[in-house]
Design a protein around this ligand. Sequence first.
Ligand SMILES: Nc1ncnc2c1ncn2[C@@H]1O[C@H](COP(=O)(O)OP(=O)(O)O)[C@@H](O)[C@H]1O
Ligand code: SF4
Ligand SMILES: [Mg+2]
Length: 341
Amino acid sequence: MAEPIIEVTGLVKHYPLTQGILFKKQVGAVKAVDGLDFTLNKGETLGIVGESGCGKSTVAKMLVNLEQPTAGSIKYKGEDITKLSGKALKAVRRNIQMVFQDPYTSLNPRMTVGDIIGEPYDIHPEVAPKGDRRRRVQDLLDVVGLNPEYINRYPHQFSGGQRQRIGIARGLALRPEVIVADEPVSALDVSVQAQVVNLMDRLQNEFDLSYVFIAHDLSIVRHISDRVGVMYLGRIVEIGRDEEIYDYPTHPYTQALLSAVPVPDPEAREHRERIILAGDVPSPTNIPSGCRFRTRCWKAKERCATEVPVLAIPTGLPDSTGPAAHDSACFFAEERSSAAR
Ligand SMILES: Nc1ncnc2c1ncn2[C@@H]1O[C@H](COP(=O)(O)OP(=O)(O)O)[C@@H](O)[C@H]1O
Ligand code: SF4
Ligand SMILES: [Mg+2]
């Protein structure tokens, strides 16, 4: 039975847009996250995918409490963490850690690797008493595949992949239950990406972790995700188990994203029809009415401009219990013919 560890409901983050220097007047809002729902189950990896600017990092920051939501709730083991403060908040923060996108800028260049990885112990000394920290950090270096003797080196002495291993070791220092990884491999060479993903996969089993794994490309999360949510302009438009999303997508946006993923098999490639989306992603200050994807959707009809499609199992599918029957926010959700897939 799936046991939820994080439940996100109606999550919103609007950044006010102001005008004027002395008397600031709000003239609008950047709707970075605009009504997001998902559940992360214990021990699973939920991939979250979407184009740049769709709100992924803002979601990650809210999950680890670096940003306060404008509305909505984030429950960790049933408790709304957006309402916590003081000791209770500190205890929860320890259990939900983040791995950042860019290992080149997220590690302080003036600190040794030992100090970077051990820094979380300054805030949570109860996890590792002072005399025990060096050994703990060396263990962590070993766990992420780095030589424990590197403890006194500085970030610039490491490659990109190694730096991300350092970032992961730091994320593990407090023995969290959940790791939110915000595009952890996007800044790395393709040849190193798989190594870091494999490392995260191994650590998940070893430390009993639940992951929210964010990426801008569906191909990166494929092998590590149990479920995948596709985001567009601050919302999830389709979510389901790995094979449901990759092999039976029903939302036009997911279908378009998948049609752009490289296919290794030449025969399959020949049969595939690439969907080129018209136009650019609209600005999050000016989200289209009705279905937010309608300005780029080749299937859009009148109804799409006036009604907001909800994220739910589509009705009217030929097989209401098959793999296409997963949550999709489209009035006309349907499978594409297999030749076009
Ligand atoms: N602090 C901020 N103030 C105003 N706008 C912001 C802020 N942070 C992010 N945004 C805007 O919110 C939108 C979503 O950003 P982000 O969450 O970083 O997207 P992603 O990680 O998917 O690329 C973008 O339009 C971005 O410019
Ligand atoms: S609801 Fe309409 S505009 Fe939105 S994805 Fe479906 S067909 Fe396209
Ligand atoms: Mg981002």
